[in-house]
Design a protein around this ligand. Sequence first.
Ligand code: B12
Length: 210
Amino acid sequence: MTEGLSDLILNFKRDAVLENVERRLGSGEDPLRILDDCRRGMSLVGERFQEGDFFLAELILSAEIFKEVAAIIEPHLSKANPAQTKGRVLIGTLQGDIHELGKNILVTLLRAHGFAVHDLGVDVPPPAVVEKVQEFQPHVVGFSALITTAFPSMKEAVALLQEAGLRDSVKVMIGGGVTTAGVRDYVGADFQTTDAMEGVAYCLNITGGK
Ligand code: B12
């Protein structure tokens, strides 16, 4: 059954995906487990696209299916985590980069674990990060990057936070397929991963895992 959902996503069987999710939620299965199956399905779609087996239309379709699944699962996740929010996280994909599948998975997982998340979206100009940090006062700022042209934007955002005197009030994490520890150092971030769950664990650690 666990394999089933990621395969259904991989085959773009929207109705069967939604039915699978509803049925498993109805039988009391942990929503996080269901979400993890979806995460694997989405990663498989990305790999197939990379290999040339899938085209853009299929990618968009899978992203739409994931959005519908997230909308169904999210209310169940907050039910599973009724306590007050565990902290605030600001997320975005910065200027030069429009990839959003991984970012959206991270946002859903963070919300699932009780964080209040503000998603800036994609292709975000670095000054917009500073403005939102001032307003939202996050504990952690997370940048998703799938393309190397976004590295200078992330570096600029961190420098602007520093200039505004905000750098010490937040932790900065970066993630996404092309990031490495070297990129973390170049950008001036505190943490890097290519695994959304590790990002969630980092945020829990920063906020004391309340
Ligand atoms: C899907 C995809 C696209 C889609 C994006 C659709 C969308 N709405 O997001 C489309 C077709 C639009 C696209 C466009 C382009 N793409 Co593209 N794309 C991909 C592809 C195939 C998959 C990426 C993906 O979504 N993976 C699935 C997700 C789930 O994985 P993920 O993002 O890594 O996320 C996971 C973790 O990394 C983590 N995570 C992600 N972000 C963060 C952030 C934080 C803080 C944390 C903690 C964790 C975390 O959470 C997720 C789950 O664990 C990759 C190749 C690949 N296999 O990676 C190329 C790839 C990223 N694309 C690439 C390129 C070059 C482009 C284009 C320039 C192509 C072109 N020539 O037109 C344009 C980019 C335009 C731009 N300015 O951004 C290159 C980048 C190369 C590089 N080294 O910079 C890649 C690597 C392909 C390649 N090998 O050439 N692309």
